[in-house]
Design a protein around this ligand. Sequence first.
Ligand SMILES: *Cc1c(COP(=O)(O)O)cnc(C)c1O
Length: 394
Amino acid sequence: MTLEQLDKQYGLQTYNRNYTNFVKGEGSILFTDKGEEYIDFASGIAVNSVGHNNPTLVEAIQNQVAKIIHISNLQIIEPQAKLAEKICTLANYDGAIFFANSGAEANEGAIKIARKYGETRFEKKRYKVITLEHSFHGRTITTVKATGQEVFHTPNFSPYPDGFSYVKGLEAVYENIDDETVAVMIELVQGEGGVQPFDKDEIQKLEKHLKEKDILLIVDEVQTGIYRTGKMLASNMYEIDPDIVTMAKGLGGGVPIGAVMTKHKDILVAGDHGSTFGGNYLSTRAGLAVLEVLSDLDEEGQLTETLAYFTVKLKEMASKYPNLFTEEVGLGLMRGLRAKDSETMKTVLSNCMKNKLIVLPAGKNTVRFLPALTITTSEIDEGFKRFEKAISSI
Ligand SMILES: *Cc1c(COP(=O)(O)O)cnc(C)c1O
């Protein structure tokens, strides 16, 4: 059987897959089984933050797996404790961390913290969580309900848990708060929803309002976190101090990991939450290596240069092809070109693949760019050369 046949017979068909078989990666280049080279502007949906086959990450993982891969959270796990400290330090956040295995799980943890806060801190129970239209918070039954996109709320998986509502825009959050509201959960740049950043002043205004009302601000940094927008957290860029922050995608450089970080360290106690795999030696050692690489890039100013270089190229595409794109959106290396309609986006995506360049869709009509933060100028040049070739015929 071919790989495609194998997958179609034995894999549950929950994805519309492309069947190019990648067997090796180096930096931001991927090699197929036929030896063809693709430029990777997607980094596994913001996961391969330090690129493919990064020597620091590979060496750290190889050394770790030859010692201990996993032991269980009933024992102290050295790299887990060190990673928690490193994240708090780099994010300049006075809090503590619980490790999970994915973004959705990190958000589940955040919601559990908020719910217990609402149960134990007030005379009248608070439990409602407000989210935003076009948000994305995960695929578990609860996080799918928290996600502000009607397409995900199919009756196929109902009933969903109570206490979640999404509103249209930040202004509507204020009107929808009531005496049972415990938290507001937002992305600072909506990723899946279309690479849409919020205005800094408006976010700071919301933070202040929530603080006054003793309502928790949960910032879902699963996609924006780990230097994706140019700072350790987008919250650092927006200069806010959320009650809870979740992270995942870029943190393990490809090794599954999720994290929920909160300043309310005493809400959850022993027995309240747990995970078999969460924070094990493998994933947290990987996280340490990733942060070592990325904090160095940041301190050396290399990250700022890469962002600037990528931005120039992207703006050039937007201004040169107004027939295809209406605007250039996003922050840092979480970027998009808004195509004039969804058909255009689809054509751009398939043409890019034909020209051996991997980019992503977001929302209805956005071509999304999430390259590794270690991408080089020559990889950026080659990627945009292919991009222009892919779109110039449309
Ligand atoms: C990807 C994503 C998630 C879900 O993460 P998984 O690891 O797929 O569970 C949640 N929130 C945001 C903002 C994301 O981008």
